[in-house]
Design a protein around this ligand. Structure first.
Ligand code: GLA
Length: 388
């Protein structure tokens, strides 16, 4: 659905439900990550793009300290919760706006009640940050209504805190930061230690192809936390030898190699993924800048193998899609994107190769799994903004 359609959809639904037009409509995008997976909770680098799929929120203030929000994609489910005190968590979709309200209250902000209508075309559970998009949309709306003037990077950190401490998912900062700070036509390199950002224009004629395996993430929460703990374990062992190390970001491949026998085998492989992946992010950014797409493609494929073999967050369906995409003439490389265990791959390809990629992925996936992936080109888009 085009963005214009979703804007109209939330605006019309708001009018019908609340008998008045919304005061504003906010759009916050989902993302795909070009490279830098599972590096953001290791103080490392990531290179995501905000995409042309987004959460849309039509909203108007009200003066009684309550929020009533309707989610069009949840069969019009509607929730009402207080915003002048901590709302109690219910475990459903409304934990995202409630978590944002909680994090803003924690910061000492006085929140205005709202009426809201929400929709999104970021697929849920597909590794494209549908939840970060919803959080950022609400945080931005409350920031605009309250005229708090928050910096977008602070807004992203606040949303991460909501997700970590209110929703209870121990994610890094990548998803919220790109939804808040993405730039059309660009990939954003983020240093998750300093929060410094640099924008790299996507080379002309190159398409970012997304192929959704249609496998929805399973066990992500628990497996994700296990990976985090293994990274921390590696740091605590290596710290005995290098006291200055505070995160895997600080570890060189040589240091890791030298202390291989000090680490459990699995922990060594997890750390090796993170350490090599950080280097790949820096190289891909440089290669994009110099338009060296062949090399970018090789690094993507290397990154996928590292996620598959060392970090063990891929699944057979994603491996099949990556291998099939890479076989097509004009495709430079592919990898799983997001946390893994399901969701999507991305491929970088010449625009002219997209039709062949789609046909080949459909054919191979159908032959192996008897089903079709959803394949489309995504356009690097802007971060959160008020659209009306
Ligand atoms: C999820 C998390 C991010 C990041 C990725 C893996 O999307 O929300 O913070 O850790 O997984 O790169």
């Amino acid at each position: 659905m085009s963005e214009h359609t979703l804007q109209k959809k939330v605006t019309d639904a708001f009018q019908a439900r609340f008998q008045q037009p919304p005061a504003m409509v906010v759009r916050a995008p989902g993302r795909v990550n070009l490279i830098g997976e599972h590096t953001d909770y290791n103080d490392g680098f990531v290179l995501p793009v905000a995409v042309d799929r987004a959460a849309w929120l039509a909203v108007a203030p009200r003066d009684d300290g309550w929020a009533t929000v309707r989610a069009l994609d949840m069969r019009n489910d509607e929730k009402t919760f207080p915003v002048d005190r901590t709302p109690s968590s219910g475990g459903g979709w409304s934990d995202y706006p409630q978590g944002v309200a909680w994090a803003m209250l924690e910061r000492g902000m006085t929140l205005t009640g709202i009426n809201g209508v929400l929709t999104s075309d970021v697929p849920v559970g597909a590794g494209m940050s549908s939840s970060a998009a919803v959080e950022v949309a609400f945080a931005y709306a409350w920031d605009q209504i309250g005229e708090f003037g928050m910096k977008l990077s602070d807004l992203a950190l606040l949303c991460q805190k909501a997700e970590n401490q209110y929703v209870g998912v121990n994610c890094g900062i990548m998803d919220q930061m790109i939804s808040a700070c993405g730039r059309a036509g660009h990939a954003m390199m983020l240093d998750t230690r300093t929060m410094e950002r640099a924008y790299f224009p996507m080379p002309q004629g190159i398409a970012v192809v997304v192929a959704d395996s249609m496998v929805r993430r399973q066990l992500t929460g628990s497996e994700y936390n296990v990976r985090r703990a293994q990274c921390e374990q590696a740091v605590s062992v290596l710290k005995e030898h290098y006291p200055d190390i505070t995160a895997l970001r600080d570890v060189t491949p040589e240091q890791l190699d030298q202390h291989r026998s000090d680490l459990p085998e699995v922990v060594h492989r997890r750390a090796r993924h993170v350490v090599t992946e950080n280097n790949r992010v820096l190289q891909v950014a440089r290669d994009l800048y110099e338009n060296r797409m062949d090399h970018v493609g090789q690094l993507l494929l290397e990154g996928h193998r590292s996620l598959r073999d060392d970090y063990e967050v891929s699944i057979a369906e994603l491996d099949t899609l990556v291998e099939a995409a890479a076989e097509v003439e004009g495709c430079y490389g592919a990898r799983l994107t997001g946390a893994g265990f399901g969701g999507c791959i991305i491929a970088l390809a010449d625009e002219g190769a997209v039709t062949d990629i789609e046909a080949h992925l459909n054919e191979v996936y159908d032959a192996v799994y008897g089903k079709q992936p959803t394949v489309y080109v995504t356009l690097p888009d802007n971060g959160v903004a008020r659209m009306a």
